[in-house]
Design a protein around this ligand. Structure first.
Ligand SMILES: [Zn+2]
Length: 365
């Protein structure tokens, strides 16, 4: 497309490693003296002591807010008030997607620094420059796009190794989509997720993301089950958090994420975001008519690490649900339209059935 500017966006600072939070103060002190930590319950439990230890001997103001909610307008307004009342310099997210999206929005509206501490690595939320915002009744409100990505992300891999392995696996599913969805978007010269031209830097990150998952995924799963930090776990955490998040932001999504959106609309009970994106990637490969070799490669990976290869594993069980997914996923504005051709619900439906059939063969069902 002529005239579209290429752009590249990423967090200004990324820190990761064993007991990284013990260095929180040392790494982030340049952002101010007054801190608000927006924590999920489990995030607070996992991080509080390490964070306090990192501040040892310092008189910085620290306020911890534990919330059990979602990234709703009500929660964001509550946090904004605290920022103003306590004269906060930096908002820090401690937790998963909800805490991260709430903290990002709070910092953005109040014009403060934002630092992200992911305590699970299940989605692309930490490094991206957008949030999913909900209404107070938990219905979807909007995607909130920010002019930049977070100031800093710090990921403590000891905490990740001690979180349930299902989060790491789901994050690998979300990361699996990044390369294939990006590749599809580049083929059609679509804009990036942030609406700019796609850089070669974005492409190379998304390629490295898939390579890293293939090379280290299985080992990382075993490390996490044993609650140990190894180079393989470090590599996959980096793939889930940085390569996938920055990759996706700078390329774009395609059919795999539209499949997920369809599932959320059709099935009250369904698998996690990343698990649906993984199967959605297999569906996309069928739609694209890739070779058996490439399909098998991705399917083997899913089997190896415990990601879904059938519709049933995503929580999709009825004909009616399948029809509804196909319809919803092809709605105008869905990222499936970054794929070549104007994908129709019947084509998506057929691709879902084939991907599922191929999954049932390997599972012996
Ligand atoms: Zn995703």
């Amino acid at each position: 497309m002529m005239g579209r500017l290429r752009a590249m966006r990423a967090p200004l600072k990324y820190v990761q490693g064993r007991d990284a939070l013990l260095k929180f103060y040392e790494e982030m002190r340049y952002m101010g003296k007054r801190w608000l930590f927006v924590c999920s319950k489990s995030g607070y439990k996992a991080c509080y002591e390490k964070l306090e230890k990192s501040f040892e001997g310092m008189d910085d103001y620290r306020r911890y807010e534990v919330f059990g909610g979602i990234s709703s307008n009500g929660e964001i307004n509550k946090m904004r008030e605290i920022v103003r009342e306590d004269n906060i310099d930096t908002v820090v997210a401690v937790g998963g997607g909800s805490a991260i999206d709430t903290a990002k929005a709070t910092a953005y509206y109040e014009g403060k620094h934002i630092c992200i501490i992911p305590t699970v690595v299940a989605t692309d939320a930490p490094c991206t420059g957008l949030s999913v915002i909900y209404n107070d009744d938990h219905s979807f409100d909007k995607y909130l796009f920010y002019p930049t990505n977070p100031d800093a992300v710090i990921c403590d891999t000891t905490i990740i190794a001690n979180a349930p392995v299902k989060f790491l696996i789901a994050g690998m599913g979300d990361a699996l989509g990044t390369y294939f969805e990006g590749r599809a978007s580049i083929r059609t010269e679509s804009a990036s997720l942030e609406g700019t031209g796609i850089t070669r830097a974005g492409q190379v990150l998304s390629e490295l993301c898939y390579e890293t998952l293939r090379d280290y995924g299985k080992q990382a799963v075993e490390a996490c089950k044993a609650h140990v930090v190894t180079p393989a776990l470090e590599n996959v955490v980096e793939a889930n958090v940085y390569l996938s998040g920055v990759g996706a932001d700078n390329v774009n999504c395609a059919a795999a994420h539209s499949f997920y959106n369809g599932v959320t609309a059709a099935c009250a009970k369904h698998a996690d975001h990343g698990c649906c994106v993984a199967f959605g990637t297999l569906v996309q490969l069928v739609l694209e008519g890739v070779s058996k070799e490439e399909f098998d490669d991705v399917q083997d990976f899913c089997l190896e690490v415990g990601l879904p290869v059938t519709l049933e594993e995503c929580g999709v069980t009825t004909e009616e649900e399948m029809r509804k997914i196909a319809e919803t996923a092809c709605a105008p504005g869905e990222t499936i339209h970054n794929l070549a051709g104007d994908v129709q619900p019947i084509e998506l439906y057929d691709a879902m059935k084939q991907a599922d059939a191929m999954g049932r063969i390997v599972l012996g069902k």
